[in-house]
Design a protein around this ligand. Structure first.
Ligand SMILES: CC(C)(COP(=O)(O)OP(=O)(O)OC[C@H]1O[C@@H](n2cnc3c(N)ncnc32)[C@H](O)[C@@H]1OP(=O)(O)O)[C@@H](O)C(=O)NCCC(=O)NCCS
Length: 314
């Protein structure tokens, strides 16, 4: 119990207290680390109330460390949970209305300590073998956590090959703000790109269907990203971020230290996405380019190999 709660209880006794707190679900290899709480003997994630002036992220990290011995190296916001489902009465009669900010942690370090003042056990549970006696106020956040992790588990990120072209092209055609080029984005153009950059282009696949793509490559000095797209019905589930992470890790492993990309100025959502992923703008630079050959003659050279929909475009 935080010092703040102790002092409030002196004034209000057991009356319902509005309580802001943070909690952490630790995930590794498809398993969640849960703790058995000493007070209600139920399984729970790791968390507690904020101290006065403490940020919720610091609360999450502090509570995780106190209750498990683990240090969170990265926290991802799962959601904010509130309302009557988070009403709770402590075994000692104290009533609370929790507002809980729940995080997912997949990058952590430290040694597990299975027993603390507040816990009697710590155990890893597979997502499909979670215990039944979950602490009631934890249930909404746990549902969300399982939903997010299950969606991710079914999605795989793998290297793109030219056999993916038709599905990928259809995805680009259905994605707003894609600047498709009849030459570079033809099957020949993409085959050429993949040949040159065989280890840095990725697709996201769900049940055999391609739901996301990212092209990235390098010229030996800089990395460049093109045509990142996620199917509209699969957006905002972390697929775009997973594709970016895969591309950046692959570029890094090829010795590249800086990556760039272009986005249409009016693509507010796209620009916000890249900004959040750390891609800043360079107001001191002007993007310039020059056509090196007239595309129509090149296109005509390989026109016969183009699929019908491509022939219609040129
Ligand atoms: C830009 C684009 C690739 C992003 O793909 P995405 O799969 O939606 O991206 P993510 O889900 O990883 O991230 C998008 C947001 O959803 C959030 N999100 C991720 N999982 C979530 C979940 N389970 N619940 C709620 N929000 C979630 C992310 O935190 C992120 O928000 P933030 O940017 O405020 O941090 C996709 O919107 C797209 O295809 N846009 C059209 C094409 C385009 O503009 N491409 C970029 C220009 S080249």
């Amino acid at each position: 119990m935080t010092d703040y709660i102790k002092s409030m209880r002196k004034h209000i006794g057991h009356e319902r207290l509005l309580l802001a707190g943070a909690s952490v679900f630790v995930h590794k290899d498809g398993k969640l680390l849960l703790q058995k709480r000493k007070d209600n003997k139920c399984w729970s994630d790791h968390g507690g109330g904020c101290e006065l002036g403490e940020t919720v992220e610091d609360t999450a990290k502090r509570e995780l460390f106190e209750e498990t011995g683990l240090t969170a190296n990265k926290l991802e916001l799962l959601g904010v949970f509130s309302g009557k489902e988070l009403f709770y009465t402590d075994p000692n009669g104290d009533m609370v209305s929790n507002v809980n900010i729940a995080y997912l942690c997949e990058e952590f370090s430290g040694e597990l300590k299975p027993q603390t003042d507040e816990t009697t056990d710590l155990r890893w549970f597979g997502l499909d073998e979670l215990p039944e006696n979950i602490s009631p106020p934890v249930k909404p956040a746990l549902r969300k956590c399982v939903e997010v992790l299950s969606a991710r588990q079914k999605m795989t990120i793998r290297l793109m090959t030219i056999a993916d072209y038709e599905q990928v092209y259809a995805l680009w055609l259905n994605t707003p703000n894609m600047g498709l080029n009849a030459l570079d984005d033809s099957k020949d153009g993409i085959a050429k790109y993949l040949l040159r950059n065989p280890n840095t282009c990725f697709v996201a696949e769900k049940s055999g269907e391609i739901v996301g793509v990212i092209l990235s490559g390098n010229d030996g000095r800089r990395g460049y990203i093109h045509h990142a797209a996620v199917a509209q019905n699969e957006q905002k589930r972390g697929i775009g971020t997973a594709l970016v992470n895969a591309a950046l890790a692959a570029l890094k492993s090829e010795g590249i230290t800086k990556a760039a990309l272009v986005v249409f100025e009016k693509n507010d959502e796209g620009n916000a996405f890249w900004e959040k992923r750390g891609f800043t703008t360079r107001p001191d630079l002007v993007y310039r380019n020059k056509q090196l050959c007239k595309s129509p003659c090149l296109i005509n050279k390989c026109r016969n190999d183009f699929p019908d929909y491509m022939k219609r475009l040129i």
